[in-house]
Write a protein that binds this ligand. Structure first.
Ligand SMILES: [Zn+2]
Length: 470
C-alpha cells in the first residue's frame, strides 16, 4: 500500500490522505484549506490527483477542514460513494450549505468593495454544488464493518470529537496477508459530556494520527463545570452578561449541557440563555436524532429528562435577525453563546460591539483563537478592539477555559496509541510543525515500542513497508 499525503501534513487544515491499495484509490477526508484567503483559494481549487480516478471516499467527521471541499471533488468528476457515520451524513449537507452560502455572500461583498485588489471573488462552490454532494453520502453505523471495494473493509470507531466523528479502521488483503490501517481523524478528549470517549481498535499495524495539540496540556475535564460555575456566578452577581464565542458544532452543545446541569443543581441562578447562531440551531436539532452517539450518562439524562437537556426552559435558540437584535435589550444577567468561534464573522461581533465595553460583563473564550483574529485580540486583553470599523474599549472581564477544546492534548493522544497493540508504523499529521515534531519526538523517546514514526510533508507518497526503524 501507499499513502499519499495531500493535505493536513505539517498543517491543520485541508485534511486529505489518499490510500493506494491493490491498484485502487481511497480518499480519506476531503477538507478545505483555511487561512490566508488567496493562498487557500488556490490550494482548494485543484487537487494533486484526478477526482475521476478515486474509487471511494471515506470521511472521519463533518468539520469543514475534513469535508469542506467535497463539492469541488464532485464538481470535478468524482462519481462514487462518500462513506461516513450516520450522524456525519446528516451534518455534512448543513455544513456545506453554510460554507457555500458564506462564499456566495463573500462574492457579493468582495465584488462590491475589492475589485481592484484582484482577489479571487468567485465562490469556490455554490449552494447548488454543495447540494450535489448529498446524493453521494452513505451513512453507516459505528462498529459495523462494511465493504467499500472488493476485499477492502471499513469500520468506524468512536473518536469523541464532535457528533458523528470517527476513527477509520481499514482491513485489506495484500500479498496473501491481512493488513490493518487506522486513520485517527480528529481525536476528542476522554470524559467530556455528551459523546462517548475515543476508543481505537485493539490491534492495528499502520496508524495515521492527528497532532493538533501534540505539545500541549489542557486543564482536566473534571474541573470544567466548576470553573464555568464560578464565572457565571461572579458575572451574575455584578448584574453582567456572559458572552461566549463558540463553534456551532459540539462546543455549543457541550456548554448548553453543562449550563443545564448547573442550573438544575441550583449552582447558578436562573437567567436567560441565548444560542444565537442559525448554524448552531440547525445542528442542535441533529442531537435529538442521533442519540446513538451519546455516552451512557448523557443517554440516561436524555431518557429521564427528555430533550430538556439541550432544550430547557429559559434557553432560546434564535434564527431570525430580529430575534438576534432583540437580545441586546435584555436587562440583567444573561448568557449569550454565538458564532463564529474566533469572532471573525457571524452574530458574535454584534454582541461584542454591544457588550465589550461594560465592566460588569464577561467574555468567556473556550476555543483556540488564531493569530490576527478578533478573538485573539480579546484573549490578549487589548485595551481597544476594532469591530465593524468601530473602536470599542475592552472593559469586560476576559476569561479563558481551554479545557473545552475539541482536541485531545499530548497525554491523551499518547494514551490513544498506548491502547493499540501491534503498531509498526505511525504517521503524524494534522498539526502545525511545532506540534507534530514535538509529538513525534515524544513517541520516539519510548524506544521499546519499535515503531517507525514519520512526519510526512505535503505531497509525500510513502509505503509503510519501506520505512526503516532507526
Ligand atoms: Zn475536527
Amino acid at each position: 500500500m501507499k499513502i499519499h499525503f495531500s493535505g493536513a501534513a505539517q498543517e491543520v487544515t485541508g485534511s486529505k490522505h489518499l490510500l493506494e491499495i491493490n491498484g485502487k484509490f481511497i480518499l480519506l477526508d476531503c477538507g478545505l484549506f483555511q487561512g490566508h484567503r488567496q493562498e487557500a483559494y488556490q490550494k482548494n481549487k485543484t487537487f494533486p490527483f484526478d477526482p475521476k480516478a478515486i474509487d471511494a471516499v471515506v470521511l472521519s467527521h463533518g468539520h469543514l477542514d475534513h469535508c469542506g471541499n467535497l463539492p469541488t471533488l464532485v464538481k470535478k468528476g468524482y462519481h462514487g460513494k462518500i462513506f461516513c457515520t450516520e450522524a456525519t451524513a446528516d451534518i455534512v449537507p448543513i455544513m456545506l450549505a453554510d460554507s457555500a452560502h458564506i462564499q456566495e455572500q463573500d462574492e457579493k461583498f468582495m465584488g462590491k468593495h475589492f475589485q481592484e485588489l484582484k482577489v479571487p471573488n468567485e465562490p469556490l462552490y455554490t449552494v447548488k454544488d454543495a447540494e450535489a454532494v448529498t446524493a453521494h453520502l452513505s451513512g453507516r453505523a459505528y462498529r459495523t464493518p462494511f465493504e467499500i471495494l472488493p476485499g477492502i473493509l471499513v469500520e468506524f470507531y468512536d473518536a469523541g470529537h464532535i457528533l458523528g466523528s470517527a476513527s477509520v479502521y481499514i482491513t485489506f488483503q495484500e500479498n496473501g496477508k491481512t493488513r490493518t490501517f487506522l486513520f485517527s481523524g480528529d481525536i476528542g478528549r476522554a470524559q467530556k459530556n455528551i459523546l462517548r470517549n475515543p476508543e481505537p481498535p485493539k490491534n492495528v499495524e499502520i496508524v495515521v494520527i492527528e497532532s493538533t495539540y501534540g505539545n500541549r496540556k489542557h486543564e482536566p475535564v473534571a474541573e470544567l463545570r466548576t470553573e464555568l460555575e464560578k464565572i457565571v456566578k461572579n458575572t451574575a452577581l455584578r448584574g453582567g452578561k456572559i458572552i461566549i464565542p463558540a463553534f456551532s458544532l459540539q462546543r455549543t452543545q457541550e456548554l448548553v449541557y453543562d449550563l443545564h446541569i448547573l442550573e438544575k443543581e441550583k449552582r447558578i441562578p436562573k437567567m436567560p440563555i441565548f444560542v444565537d447562531s442559525p448554524l448552531a440551531t440547525n445542528v442542535t436539532d441533529l442531537y435529538r436524532k442521533h442519540k446513538e452517539c451519546f455516552d451512557e450518562e448523557s443517554y440516561q439524562d436524555f431518557l429521564s429528562e427528555g430533550e430538556a437537556v439541550l432544550f430547557f426552559e429559559g434557553l432560546h435558540y434564535t434564527r431570525s435577525v430580529e430575534e438576534s437584535k432583540a437580545i441586546k435589550d435584555v436587562v440583567g444577567p444573561a448568557i449569550i453563546i454565538s458564532a463564529s468561534g474566533m469572532c471573525e464573522g457571524g452574530r458574535i461581533r454584534h454582541h461584542l460591539r454591544n457588550e465589550a465595553s461594560d465592566p460588569k460583563n464577561t467574555i468567556l473564550i473556550i476555543g483556540y483563537q488564531a493569530e490576527y483574529t478578533l478573538g485573539r485580540r480579546i484573549v490578549e486583553r487589548r485595551p481597544v478592539i476594532k469591530i465593524f470599523d468601530e473602536l470599542i474599549k475592552l472593559r469586560a472581564d476576559v476569561k479563558v477555559l481551554n479545557g473545552y477544546s475539541g482536541h485531545a492534548d499530548a497525554d491523551e493522544l499518547d494514551a490513544f496509541l498506548e491502547n493499540i497493540e501491534g503498531i509498526k508504523n505511525v504517521f503524524v499529521v494534522h498539526g502545525e510543525s511545532s506540534q507534530s515534531f514535538a509529538f513525534a519526538k515524544r513517541l520516539r523517546e519510548k524506544r521499546e515500542r519499535k515503531w517507525t514514526i514519520e512526519i510526512p510533508e505535503p505531497g509525500d507518497s510513502l509505503d509503510p513497508d519501506e520505512i526503516l526503524f532507526f
